[in-house]
Design a protein around this ligand. Structure first.
Ligand code: COA
Ligand code: MG
Length: 293
C-alpha cells in the first residue's frame, strides 16, 4: 500500500481468544496482539500460541497486524520474538524502549531469525529514558535497512514511572508527547497516541482523540471496540478537507496557473506547499477507502 492508515489501532490481550476472533469483524485500521502487560504470567505461553495462530490464520483483510512481545529483560522475550517472526505480522512492537541500542538489538535478532525485511519494528515510548532519548531512538530508524517504523506512546507506564497524573488536559505529559512527535517526524516515523482507559466515557475519549490529532499524531491506540468508530472519524480527513484538497490540486493543474506560486481559491491564499499537503490528504482518504473496501 502506498499509504497505510493508522487512525485506530486496537490492543487485544493475546490470551483472550474471544477478542482475537472478534477483531476480524472490527473496523480498526490495525490490531496489536498483546503478549506483554495484558497477559498474566501464567498465561504467557498459551497467549503466544493463540496469537501466532490468529495471525497465521488471517481473515483481517488488509488491516495491519502487530504483535507486542515481552521486554528483552524478561524470560519470555526470546520465545515471543521467535514465535512472532514465524507468524510474520506486519510489525513487532517492543515495550519499554529506552535506548537506540534496544532497537538495533531487536532488529538484528529478527534478521537472525530470518524475518523478511518488511516485518517492521514499533517502539513503545513509555519510560522516562524513552523521552530523554527520543531523538536517538528515532534516528535508529533512519537507515534504509532499519525496521523501525512507528512510535507508540505508553501513557499509562509514563504515569506509573514518573508520578505524572493522567488528566483531561494532558498538561503533565504534553511536552513528552510533543517531544516524541518531533523525534518521529525528524526521522519519518509514524506515531500513535496512548490509550484512553475509561472506555465508557465517550466525551472524554473524543476530546483526547482531537487533542492527539492536533499534536500531529497519526492515530490512537485503543482498548475497546466502542472506541473505534469515533477515532476513525477524528483521525481521517473530513469530507470538507478532502473536497478542498481536490479543488487545490485541480486549480494548480490549470494551464493558467502553471507558473504561479500562489493563487486564490474561495478567497484564501493557496501556495504550492498547500498543493503538496492536498495531495497527501487525498492519498490518505483514498487509502482509507481501499483499506476497508
Ligand atoms: N479487542 C477485541 N474485542 C474486544 C476487546 C478488545 N480489546 N475488548 C472487548 N472486546 C469484545 C468482548 O470480547 C465482547 O465481545 P462479545 O460481546 O462479542 O463477546 C465485547 O467486545 C464487549 O466487551 P465488554 O464486555 O464491554 O468488555 P470486557 O469487560 O469483556 O473487557 C477490557 C474490558 C478492558 C478487559 C477489554 O476491553 C480489554 O481487554 N481491552 C484491551 C486491554 C489491553 O490489551 N491492554 C493492553 C494495552 S493498554
Ligand atoms: Mg506499557
Amino acid at each position: 500500500m502506498k499509504f497505510r492508515p493508522r487512525r485506530s489501532v486496537l490492543y487485544m490481550p493475546g490470551s483472550n481468544a474471544r477478542a482475537l476472533e472478534k477483531a476480524r469483524s472490527l473496523p480498526a485500521d490495525g490490531f496489536i496482539f498483546d503478549l506483554e502487560d495484558a497477559v498474566a504470567p501464567d498465561m504467557k505461553s498459551e497467549a503466544r500460541d493463540l496469537v501466532a495462530s490468529a495471525v497465521r490464520g488471517g481473515g483481517f483483510g488488509k488491516r495491519e497486524l502487530v504483535i507486542r512481545v515481552n521486554g528483552l529483560e524478561t524470560e519470555w522475550a526470546d520465545d515471543d520474538i521467535k514465535a512472532a517472526v514465524e507468524a510474520a505480522p506486519n510489525a513487532i512492537l517492543v515495550p519499554k524502549v529506552e535506548t537506540a541500542e534496544t532497537v538495533r538489538e531487536v532488529s538484528a535478532r529478527m534478521s537472525e531469525l530470518g524475518a523478511a525485511p518488511n516485518i517492521r519494528l514499533w517502539a513503545m515510548m513509555e519510560a522516562p529514558l524513552s523521552i530523554l532519548n527520543a531523538g536517538e531512538i528515532a534516528a535508529a530508524g533512519a537507515g534504509k535497512d532499519s525496521r523501525l517504523a512507528c512510535f507508540v506512546m505508553g501513557t499509562n507506564d509514563l504515569a506509573k514511572e514518573t508520578g505524572a497524573a493522567i488528566t483531561a488536559d494532558r498538561l503533565p505529559m504534553l511536552s513528552w508527547l510533543t517531544t516524541c512527535v518531533a523525534a518521529a517526524r525528524a526521522y519519518r516515523l509514524k506515531i500513535l497516541d496512548g490509550v484512553y482507559n475509561n472506555f465508557r466515557d465517550m466525551e472524554g475519549f473524543v476530546a483526547e482523540c482531537e487533542h492527539g490529532r492536533s499534536l500531529g499524531m497519526d492515530g490512537k491506540t485503543l482498548i475497546h471496540p466502542t472506541q473505534i468508530e469515533e477515532c476513525n472519524g477524528i483521525f481521517a480527513p473530513s469530507p470538507g478537507e478532502v473536497a478542498f484538497a481536490r479543488k487545490i490540486i485541480t486549480a494548480f493543474a490549470q494551464p493558467e496557473n502553471k507558473d504561479k506560486g500562489a493563487i486564490t481559491i474561495d478567497g484564501r491564499m493557496v501556495e504550492r506547499l498547500h498543493a503538496q499537503i492536498a495531495r497527501h490528504t487525498v492519498t490518505i482518504a483514498d487509502a482509507i477507502t481501499e483499506l476497508h473496501a
